[in-house]
Design a protein around this ligand. Structure first.
Ligand code: SF4
Length: 292
């Protein structure tokens, strides 16, 4: 007997976590949906294991953490390479994304539509120059309320009325990052991997920025841990949109904005920027350091 969420949840985050949890059970996972997930993930897994993953264009998930990253890329600086052995990490990420899609689709009650890997055109302010800028993207999951009366069994009236659609982006994380993610204040987080930029671009593209978005952490070190959905407020997404527009202005005019991420976050940025003795993750950390 398929178990569906039974109670009313105070918000989208707790509703999503409950649906994901139910869907992960062997009693609830739909076999056909699971088979589709396994099929979909196999190609991505193969690619991750056999091809390099670096981006060669600016896209919502690449080169947008910092205005100087976009500038470096457009100025022709070569981004640093990812480690040769990173493939299995990406492969596991693809699998866990597909398994999460299958779990949510299997256990989602009537009254909601779940779309996954939804193709979107980027917002009108996105730079329309296809050589250096990707011109389309995909969102992990987009959930729409299709029957308000049914949805009110699980979500408060205010959520049904004001947030009828919700974008969900899944991130697979190691245990340390998962714990950090569970406590992060995303209104001021040091977002070196550009998660917020990605959500800001996609919610603008889909016209749902006013509903906010969900960044859902999956603990790849311990899959018995719950899904950790964090709600990102519209005000945070709007701040990102304004920052990205300014970043594009300086980058497309090839004007160096300076080490913008370091200026914004101070010593907290060292972990990402590779300063203060930290190894760093920014693909342009060497070029950036050389410029001061
Ligand atoms: S090292 Fe830091 S400040 Fe420099 S480009 Fe990268 S993110 Fe920006």
């Amino acid at each position: 007997m398929l178990s569906k969420p039974q109670t009313k949840y105070p918000d989208w985050s707790r509703f999503l976590a409950a649906v994901w949890h139910d869907g992960m059970s062997v009693h609830n996972m739909d076999k056909d949906i699971a088979a589709e997930a396994v099929k979909n993930s196999s190609e991505s897994i193969l690619e991750s294991l056999t091809r390099r993953n670096e981006s060669h264009v600016i896209r919502p998930s690449a080169f947008l953490s910092c205005a100087r990253q976009s500038y470096h890329f457009l100025a022709g600086d070569e981004p640093g390479k990812m480690p040769d052995n990173i493939g299995p990490t990406f492969a596991v990420g693809h699998l866990l994304h597909e398994v999460s899609y299958a779990a949510v689709k299997s256990a989602m009650p009537f009254g909601f539509k779940v779309e996954t890997e939804k193709a979107v055109d980027l917002p009108e302010w996105w730079v329309k120059e296809p050589t250096h800028f990707n011109q389309s993207g995909h969102v992990d999951m987009f959930i729409s309320i299709t029957d308000e009366e049914e949805a009110r069994k699980y979500l408060p009236d205010s959520v049904v009325n004001d947030q009828p659609k919700m974008l969900v982006d899944f991130k697979t994380m190691g245990g340390f990052s998962y714990r950090k993610h569970s406590k992060a204040d995303y209104s001021r987080a040091v977002d070196g991997f550009g998660y917020l930029a990605q959500l800001a671009v996609y919610t603008e593209a889909l016209g749902t920025l006013g509903s906010g978005a969900i960044l859902a952490g999956i603990n790849r070190d311990s899959l018995m841990q719950p899904l950790m959905p964090r709600f990102i407020a519209p005000s945070t997404l709007m701040k990102e949109v304004e920052r990205l527009k300014r970043a594009f202005d300086s980058a497309t005019q090839l004007q160096d904005p300076g080490p913008e991420f370091l200026i914004r976050h101070g010593a907290e940025a060292n972990f990402f920027c590779g300063r203060g003795g930290k190894p760093g993750y920014c693909p342009f950390k060497k070029a950036c350091k050389a410029m001061g």
